[in-house]
Write a protein that binds this ligand. Structure first.
Ligand code: GTP
Length: 598
């Protein structure tokens, strides 16, 4: 094929605006997939993706299309994940394209991720074709949405296409627009090889399969290739296209999208964003944009049944093969035993990982509440990272504590602005801006500590706005914050599992909440037990659990010895489910009540 007959494009949208449904229609219309084989949302292959209706992994598909000009075109559709947690993958897949269909729901209008995705695409220099979808809906307001495209996003709306992906309206128009308006790839077949890896998956039989866009040069079987970021060399075993199933080809040339298999054993050697070049005649420099992605949200994962620990390790290792953003290290907890501290790109990434461990690997887990990584500047000038309260040094050694912030964009009806602003303020947000998109709709921007966001911010916002708010966020780095570590002491012994980090102004209120709850959960002992909260050596709150003599034998009036023994054994069993902290027994439940996320 001639490069002039290739179009590489993607579809970007806010969640639920119909990206996958539109992709399905394009595949059908171009006969890429036999309509009998066509399952709904063909591109979303993972069970969880189908159930939740969200796209997690990118799948590129090659379509053939005879346009109105009578010529045959190759259209490569690169699907993108819609959620912010995966925005790095979105930006890599955009880098593999020359154009984007920006899908906007005709009833909902522009939402937070419509804007975020549109900006990403503009940054990458893509040709953007606005598509107003769901025009079949009774509540569709295409004229209003056209106006928003001009005023909120700043794009020319005169060329927007009106579509109903559900009813198949406007599909030929969309395909013609791709051919006419998305520029063909530029690049040089005869130059040195540069291929962008925009995704990779691990296959049990074939090892790593890298999804690539060849920018310059060619890649073919037998060639020695070099991964420029990881500096690894391999020999190509197979290259090919996605039709959408993998079909081998002779070679992939500049402008083309396909896959490369090169006997690569781990996904870290062929990372998203890396550039493949020829080992014998390497390019001078990699393509722009490779970024080492760091996890930002952490939680502990522990098997409920301690014997499941090796299975849990195996399962996490398996998931990691296909998810190089997932990080983990072994961790022990006095309450939960052996487990792992895992790092994720965001809350959704965490939820999905936990769900897959439970479902695909059938492991019963306890997941601890999510935390973020703090940066601590010590008085001696050293900067350390703390991912959990027990990583915090003695407060006297601390000069300053920094925490990750996000810039949060909220789209919501103007009636709810007051409530949303109060929520952001309560969570220590810093106001950035407020704009009216229409008299009824507002764009509100706040900078917010990530730790405050991951607790239950989104759920709170949804309930305050009756579900009418949409959000998007980006990380904006670490900022100094007035944070403290609150320790909980039981009968004078600090219990790591109960300690927490919070804003100084919230410390007393939260400490009180914790010790009141513990007072209910810790059974009375033979002596009085003090539950204290402290910051460093200063006690800020205290509760006492009154003593009680719990004599199980009192109920058996002397006589029956076997019954007595049974009761004693039962009591012993009960004790085994208790943890001794100093002289105090704390039931496992108490730990679970605190540690478990929701
Ligand atoms: P993500 O994959 O999470 O980004 O969602 P998506 O943008 O792919 O949305 P999806 O295609 O899953 O569609 C969301 C919902 O809108 C589904 O219930 C679709 O059936 C529905 N939908 C999609 N297109 C249309 C349309 O043209 N008209 C109507 N009435 N409903 C549509």
């Amino acid at each position: 094929t001639n490069m002039n007959n290739i179009r590489n494009f993607c579809i970007i949208a806010h969640v639920d605006h119909g990206k996958s449904t539109l992709a399905d229609r394009l595949l059908e219309y171009t006969n890429t997939i036999d309509s009998r084989k066509m399952r709904q949302q063909f591109l979303d292959t993972m069970d969880i993706e189908r159930e939740r209706g969200i796209t997690i992994k990118l799948v590129p598909v090659r379509m053939q299309y005879r346009a109105n000009d009578g010529k045959e075109y190759i259209l490569n559709l690169i699907d993108t994940p819609g959620h912010v947690d995966f925005s790095y993958e979105v930006s890599r897949s955009l880098a593999a394209c020359e154009g984007a269909l920006l899908v906007i729901d005709a009833a909902q209008g522009v939402e937070a991720q419509t804007l975020a995705n549109a900006y990403l695409a503009v940054d990458q220099g893509l040709e953007i074709i606005p598509v107003i979808n769901k025009i079949d809906l009774p509540g569709a307001r295409p004229d209003e949405v056209l106006r928003q495209i001009e005023e909120v996003i700043g794009l020319d709306s005169s060329q927007a296409i009106l579509v109903s992906a559900k009813e198949g309206i406007g599909i030929p128009e969309a395909l013609e627009a791709i051919v006419k308006r998305v520029p063909p790839p530029t690049g040089n077949e005869d130059a040195k090889l540069q291929a962008l890896i925009f995704d990779s998956i691990y296959d049990n039989y074939r090892g790593v399969i890298s999804y690539v866009r060849v920018v310059n040069g060619c890649i073919k079987k037998g060639q020695s290739i070099f991964f420029m970021a990881t500096r690894k060399e391999y020999e190509v075993e197979e290259v090919g296209f996605f039709t959408p199933f993998m079909s081998p080809a002779e070679e992939l040339k500049a402008g083309e999208v396909g896959y490369v298999i090169a006997n690569v054993k781990t996904i870290w050697e062929a990372r998203v964003g890396d550039t493949i070049t020829d080992a014998n005649s390497p390019a001078d420099k990699p393509l722009p944009g490779y970024k080492h992605i760091k996890p930002v949200v952490f939680c502990g994962l522990y098997p409920l049944d301690r014997d499941d620990f090796p299975r849990l390790r195996e399962a996490i290792e398996k998931l990691q093969l296909n998810d190089s953003a997932l990080a983990f290290e072994p961790e022990t907890s006095e309450a939960l035993g052996f487990g792992f501290r895992c790092g994720f790109l965001g809350l959704l990434h965490m939820d999905i990982t936990i769900e897959r461990l439970k479902r695909e690997f059938e492991i019963d887990l306890v997941a601890t509440a999510p935390t973020v990584a703090y940066e601590i500047l010590l008085k001696d000038g050293e900067v350390i990272e703390a991912r959990k309260p027990s990583d915090f040094p003695d407060p006297v050694k601390i000069e300053e504590i920094r925490e990750p912030f996000i810039r949060l964009t909220i789209f919501l009806p103007s009636d709810y602005v007051g409530k949303a602003m109060k929520l952001c303020q309560d969570r220590h947000g810093e106001f950035v801006s407020l704009d009216y998109i229409t008299p009824e709709r507002v764009k509100l921007i706040y900078d917010l500590p990530l730790a405050e966001f991951i607790v239950d911010f989104h759920d709170r916002l949804k309930s305050l706005t009756r579900g009418y708010a949409s959000i998007d966020y980006e990380q904006v780095g670490y900022r100094k914050s007035d944070l403290v570590k609150v320790d909980i002491l039981i009968h004078g012994e600090p219990v790591d599992a109960f300690s927490f980090i919070c804003h100084k102004d919230d410390a007393y209120k939260r400490a009180l909440g914790v010790i009141k709850k513990l007072k209910e959960l810790i059974p009375r002992q033979l002596f009085e037990v003090a539950i204290q909260a402290s910051i460093g050596s200063r006690v800020i709150a205290r509760e006492n659990v009154k003593p009680l003599r719990k004599n199980v034998l009192a109920k058996c009036y002397g006589g029956d010895v076997t019954r007595k023994r049974k009761l004693l054994e039962k009591q012993k069993e009960g004790k085994e489910k208790m943890k001794m902290i100093g002289r105090v027994q704390i039931p496992q439940e108490a730990f679970l009540a605190f540690l478990q996320a929701n």
